[in-house]
Design a protein around this ligand. Structure first.
Ligand SMILES: [Zn+2]
Ligand SMILES: [Zn+2]
Length: 279
């Protein structure tokens, strides 16, 4: 079964304005059986002016006016009707975790019938390490170990709160860190990742195999194979696969390789319905 569980349709302002229907049509053409949309939801109040926007039918509107989520669920319902039974379509969300904003996150994910909620660390000290432009400001004066330490301590809080079904792009700090901080970034997880992965395993949280790293010139997925092996050894058993598509052309990118990668370790991608893993 081919699935893509990390897709940013037009609601995400950093994505191309390709809508849910267009993604579904392409998913069918690519032979995918199931897809899950995961528009961004960012909660850091100090980044309100930067991140707190969504695009609804071509218009940029404030993210904290939750009417867009009604629109999103209507879009999903229409697509389900149109593409059933060829394609299973799930409504997800990618939450950019920020410590202290747990109540805000909880309220949103409980207010709507999401199938799958991904948690991500996009920002450290309110600076986006996911952004090529911003990350240089954060990395300046720090070495790989310091960046890793800060990243995993923030992730630990995200996991601890039990708000998310899965964690996206686990070693996102490699995206630009590999180029800007040198090769130490590849192995610094050995010092910090273990306790976080143990908590994920206890909570039966999923670890995402995110293929977007390949489109940015990295050879391995997020997480790297050695980090993935660490997760397996610790006992993580749920894995999702996501292209992190921000345009139609990204949809399904690398997911066959990711599926084969999981198969090599005797795992299959997990799918979700109403926030429960589907057996
Ligand atoms: Zn992300
Ligand atoms: Zn994403």
């Amino acid at each position: 079964m081919l699935v893509d569980y990390h897709i940013h349709p037009d609601y995400s302002i950093d994505a191309k304005p390709h809508g849910i229907n267009a993604y579904c049509r392409r998913a069918v053409a690519l032979g995918l059986q199931e897809i899950c949309f995961t528009p961004h939801f960012e909660v850091d109040p100090s980044r309100r002016h930067l991140d707190w926007f969504v695009r609804v039918e071509g218009r940029i509107t404030p993210m904290d006016n939750l009417y867009w989520l009604n629109h999103y669920f209507e879009d999903i319902a229409k697509a389900k009707h149109k593409y059933s039974p060829m394609l299973k379509i799930k409504a997800g969300l990618e939450v950019g975790y920020e410590p202290g904003q747990e109540e805000v996150i909880k309220n949103i994910i409980n207010a709507f019938p999401f199938d799958f909620v991904l948690g991500s660390i996009h920002c450290l000290e309110h600076i986006a390490i996911s952004s090529q432009k911003e990350c240089q400001q954060y990395f300046q004066g720090k070495d790989a170990l310091e960046v890793c330490d800060a990243y995993y301590s923030q992730l630990d809080k995200a996991v601890e709160k039990g708000l998310f079904d899965g964690i996206a792009h686990l070693d996102l700090y490699r995206r630009y860190g590999q180029m800007l901080l040198g090769n130490d970034i590849k192995k610094c997880h050995t010092k910090f990742a273990e306790p976080v992965l143990e908590k994920m395993a206890e909570k039966n949280m999923a670890l995402e195999i995110n293929t977007s790293s390949r489109r940015r010139g990295l050879k391995q997925f997020h997480p790297s194979e050695s980090l993935f092996q660490m997760a397996v050894k610790i006992g993580i058993k749920q894995f999702t696969i996501g292209s992190d598509a921000h345009e139609l052309l990204d949809l399904g990118d690398g997911i066959t390789e990711a599926k084969n990668f999981l198969k090599g370790y005797d795992f299959k991608p997990t799918t979700y319905k109403l926030r429960r893993a589907v057996e």
